[in-house]
Design a protein. Structure first.
Lengths: 111, 111
DNA sequence: ATTAACTATCGTAATAATACGATAAAAAGA
DNA sequence: TCTTTTTATCGTATTATTACGATAGTTAAT
């Protein structure tokens, strides 16, 4: 046990969950917000900004990169990260596709 | 270690992360989608629908209830759950507040 | 009063996530 | 070449999540 039973769910449900998980930590939210403000950032910036250890920041950056929300390119001795605009737009559509499904209830239909 | 350092982040960052975490499991996505379709549901419906044990479903329902995304009312012997429309709308605004912050980059500004 | 139906909680095993020190690796500059 | 700067990865301790059986509690029906 303790293992998510992925095969019980649809592809969309798993995809939404994986993307939500990538946002499910305040450090990763902070990284994304920093990127949205500055357009690019390097690991070292974030170490100063967030107050977490360099190894921890690198780990969070990798998770965001794994789901495709950010991308990185080598810039001399450092690494430049930025938002992947296509993926960013697609995650927004995916979430809103769910959010928009709300319907108002008839009498006695809701709780 | 292993403990998220909540105090390093803003209230908004922590709030976004907590809400994202509540969506970070396919079973909870499935529960919400089922609620969006049917307007209400009971634990037993979901046990049949999802194929997880009753105790597991109940645990997921509790997490969604804890963040306020759903609410429940007693209906005879069973429990009727439904989406909390106010919270649903507020989470959508919160996420879109972040999603919408993307800006297009000038030349050489991105990676 | 007993039974049936349904849900919540407890206890617990298995797995995942978080954080960081230590170390490796790669590029730039002295 | 050697040092400096920067990032990634490994190893690991701690905490959190997931899943489920067992059990208790509640309401409705018999």
């Amino acid at each position: 046990m303790g293992l998510t039973k992925t095969d019980l769910f649809t592809k969309e449900q798993n995809e939404l969950a994986v993307l939500a998980k990538s946002l499910a930590h305040p450090a990763r939210i902070a990284i994304l917000q920093y990127l949205l403000e500055s357009n690019k950032c390097i690991n070292g910036d974030l170490v100063n900004e967030l107050g977490l250890a360099q190894a921890t920041i690198s780990q969070h950056l990798r998770e965001l990169k794994n789901v495709g929300l950010i991308q990185g390119s080598i810039e001399g001795v450092s690494m430049s990260y930025c938002i992947n605009p296509e993926k960013w737009s697609s995650i927004q559509k995916l979430f809103n596709g769910m959010f928009d499904k709300i319907q108002n209830c008839g009498p006695g239909e809701c709780c």
